[in-house]
Design a protein around this ligand. Sequence first.
Ligand code: SAH
Ligand code: SF4
Ligand code: F3S
Length: 437
Amino acid sequence: MNKTFYIETYGCQMNIVDSEIVTSILIKAGFKLVKHIKEANILLLNTCAIREKAVERVINKMKHHKSLKNTGKLEIAGILGCIPEHTGDELKSKLDFIKLQVGPDKYRTLPELIKKIYREKTYFEELDFDIDENYEDVTPYRSENTNAFISVMRGCNNFCSYCVVPYVRGREKSRSMDSIIAEVEQTLAEGISEITLLGQNVNSYDYEGVRFPELLQKVADVKGLKRLKFATSHAKDLSEELVDVIVRNKNISNSFHLPFQAGSNTVLKNMNRGYTIEEYLAKIDMIRRKLPDIAITTDVIVGFPGETEEDFQQTVEVLKNTEFDNAFMFIYSERKNTASAKNFTDDVPKEEKGRRQQFIADLQKEIGLEQLRKDIGKTREVLIESLSKKRKEQYKGRTEQNRIVVFDKITNFNVGDFVKVKIIKAEGVTLFGEIVK
Ligand code: SAH
Ligand code: SF4
Ligand code: F3S
């Protein structure tokens, strides 16, 4: 089919990979990817339902894009990903002009579905889950040239009480190790130097008895892999064995993303996180003991139902004492069908939620900068990722700890190379340095 398409991606890294999978499927079926919406016959938004704000953003964006219909080129607008699974008909009534909704397990149906819409001029949707669908044989059409995301598992079984992911992505399923290794090899052969393995909870990876530490070791062993990262780890399942794999392999990034969500045990219990804050902190101690130079990042939710000032102060304490490099801080957003929506009242006032978020954002800004300042004077191994956005005569790269470094370009070094960089200052979330010759 000789039609053009444009895809816009929202949400987490899993969705970035999924858009690359969708692009690959459509190109193979003869559709042509275009770089600007104005040139597209088909517009697809790959969406996220994690918080109400994410949904509102997509609805507004789609309404805005609708005006492009006036150009005459846009013929079909569709919604992919997590919102269709969460909102379904409700979304369709808000965006009555959309012609398709397709959930994360049904992307293979897209070419036929689009043809059908052209033929029958009506709306179609494919929202079923498929426990066997891993897109193992689809090579994602990569949008980046230094880092490749590879999803190793899909879905989630954890049912944290506030979270839509188990409902919009379905049950956990792991890809075969062989297919992952093959994709890593192919990606490296294409000149990409860095791989990030993805899953909502990578510690749950289980393919015919192969668990995540074994998979990580096998991937780290692939010849030519310069840097390996992974996300996300869940504190309840994080093992010493996994940390030991990082200790043993120089090409695995010295960084961990380990969400704690809340500092109060009452809140953690109501969130159904499966650990106490003491257990979480013991895991952090174990990681830091084995990897003293590690950089740890986290996620936090404020304003969960029933969160008192005292509960919140416990979150503040954890942030103060743990010295995270970075924390992603979210205001609780009630999601329909989840356990917390059914069992609790969203009772923390909006302004109070905002105040709590702002308070920890300010606090973490200081802590994060303090962490970066500890690097001043050190020489770090940096992987060059791109030209600096602000100044073309500078490179942007990342240290082993995944910290961003900006430094002057010198000849002989290119994107994808490792260089030794001496850190000279830290500002905001960025390190600045100079190449050590
Ligand atoms: N699987 C990952 C997180 C995926 S969602 C994990 O368990 O760590 C990313 C983050 O969004 C979560 O860590 C949580 O902090 C936040 N989040 C999820 N649902 C939310 C909700 N209903 N309201 C506010 N934040 C939420
Ligand atoms: Fe959501 Fe919890 Fe699964 Fe993460 S582990 S995706 S927060 S249910
Ligand atoms: Fe959002 Fe779906 Fe990811 S809900 S966070 S895009 S799995």
